[in-house]
Design a protein around this ligand. Structure first.
Ligand code: CTP
Ligand code: MG
Length: 179
């Protein structure tokens, strides 16, 4: 089993936590409040309407739940070959940290996107796809430092996965613009 696959498995809570804000949009509408409170900086929104407290919370909850599922699997003897950390010794915190990091990294990215004059929802290639990985790497260092080289080797896998998913979405008519 390659360490790149193990690192991808380790960061699964961050990856799914990162996807979760878009998936919960039909629910919890009362929490769909912009994190920047509508404030502007230099005439542009600080973060924009697409960064809500609901999304940030969804990331934390989903990150924690996915990590707990990995812990349960590990306890049941499943996926032991994939485990890079001792799941029995680390309840919930790494998952919640990765989910929080996905949301914070995403918001920091949006801050710079707005400063660059890119409107909410418009693509910003590489930054949109990799913000969650950079942020969760830094946040999870509180608990454990993932090996750097296999983490860097995940970058082309994540970018390739994005091209595949977005192309499928475009062909299926779920996305208006390719990439
Ligand atoms: N979302 C949210 N709260 C967050 C992050 C995301 O509600 N903190 C929801 C929004 O509905 C958003 C969708 O998830 O439209 C997709 O998120 P993302 O691609 O990260 O945001 P963008 O729409 O691309 O906005 P931005 O340009 O600010 O990145
Ligand atoms: Mg986006």
């Amino acid at each position: 089993m390659s360490d790149v696959v193990r690192i991808l498995y380790f960061f699964l809570p961050a990856y799914l936590g990162n996807m979760s804000p878009a998936l919960v949009t039909p629910w919890f509408k009362g929490l769909a409040v912009p994190m920047d409170g509508g404030r502007t900086l230099g005439g542009r929104r600080v973060l924009g309407d697409h960064k809500t407290w609901r999304g940030l919370l969804a990331g934390i909850v989903v990150g924690a739940l996915v990590f707990e599922a990995q812990r349960l699997a590990d306890r049941a003897g499943l996926g032991r070959d994939l485990a890079l950390i001792d799941y029995a010794a680390h309840p919930v915190l790494p998952g919640a940290l990765m989910g929080l990091a996905a949301g914070v990294g995403d918001a920091v990215k949006s801050f710079f996107k707005r400063r660059a004059g890119i409107p909410p929802g418009r693509p910003w290639l590489f930054f949109d796809q990799l913000d969650f990985l950079v942020a969760s790497y830094l946040f999870v260092m509180v608990v454990w430092t993932p090996p750097l080289l296999p983490t860097l080797l995940c970058v082309p896998v994540i970018l390739g996965g994005h091209v595949v998913v977005t192309t499928l979405g475009y062909w299926l008519g779920l996305k208006e613009a390719w990439i």
